[in-house]
Design a protein around this ligand. Sequence first.
Ligand SMILES: C[S@@+](CC[C@H](N)C(=O)[O-])C[C@H]1O[C@@H](n2cnc3c(N)ncnc32)[C@H](O)[C@@H]1O
Length: 401
Amino acid sequence: MLELKHELKLAKTRDEKARMNFVSGLRAHVLNDMATGMRTVYEGDVEPGFRRSAGRTPKDGPEVHKAIKPNEYFKFYSSLRVTAQDMVWQSVFPPLERNRGALKSKATALAKTKRRERRAEHGSLTLQPGFEVPRYVSAIDVHLMAGNYDGEYEANDLAAGALYDNGLAVFSFGLMGQNLDDIGQSIAGFIRLKYPHLKPKKILDLGCTIGHNTGSWRDQFPAAEVHGIDVAAPCLRYAYARAEAQGRAIHFTQMNAEALDFPDASFDVVFSSMFLHEIPQKGIANIMREAFRVLRPGGLMLHMELPPNSQLSAYDAFYLDWDSAYNNEPFYKPFRDLKPEELCRKAGFDPKKYVQFVIPSVGWYGEKVWSESATQPRDVDNDKTGRLTDGILWYCFGAWK
Ligand SMILES: C[S@@+](CC[C@H](N)C(=O)[O-])C[C@H]1O[C@@H](n2cnc3c(N)ncnc32)[C@H](O)[C@@H]1O
């Protein structure tokens, strides 16, 4: 398990650390070893069986899912993966409950102290009293995370943010980097290398949660004013304290990405990561339109996401859509069934200005392979795209305005 290094990390007992390590190891086993086994079972048994009876290969993810569902290996894989997912959050609850009060005081003190220490530049936190969280967030515990992002159980609660930060450290078994910001560092750095002419003054991160990937934009473009918005107050409180603890000046605001409270043409980059797949299709269309509206002409919209089903093999589509069926991610498959180029076009972007990239994880592949990717494009059709496996490639799509 990865140990967070920042000042908000939870104090844990030896047994709590051991439990977290176990859960990380279990997840790595399921997502690496068992996932490889499942593909072997599919290719050697399930797919030939389907071909014998149907006279063809499965045409898409749902057909693969239907064919593999009765298979014992698939059932074992799925039940173990669901159990491991639940255990991620369960492993965080005991230290989180014990440290709840201390965490809150530390966050408050941290923001004040850091603000005094670094007067030149600091971030901000703006919450909206009476803010209406969309039902697609408030009504579900996405990826089995109890209380979801917005659950608040006391005044100024920020436990949901701590749950996400510590849970992600267990979940990602080290593959997201020390600060859990491999996505942000890989992508913001890639954009800086690929487009040296781009000198953004203002950058916006939509659905920023605890700001772990928002901070990378500040690192890569230190001259830019960086904003992160989210609907979840507990995550934003935590995000602000986390960023201040790390000396990153970021402006966090409670806001719905479907109706941004920013003027037209006010940002040079509008970014999101792992965000759209948690939004219903109608909401996605609104978000894309809002991104177009707040971008300046010549600005770049970029969404890091799971690759669309249209760009993957039937098996890979099934494999990525597993979460929609078994991990309380109802919008995951509907999002992946959309065509990113179409989404951009319908939001007002010129199809000729569409872009998509597959960016190697800087943490996994190292600086050389990662930086070379800015000049040597890679294929999307790859089972390493967007997943935590033995090699990670981050898929992004978007458009220039
Ligand atoms: C999967 S998390 C995003 C993770 C994060 N961006 C990252 O890089 O790992 C999805 C986030 O989107 C937020 N969210 C959901 N709907 C939203 C909306 N309409 N506007 C703004 N934020 C929203 C949730 O509260 C949650 O924090």
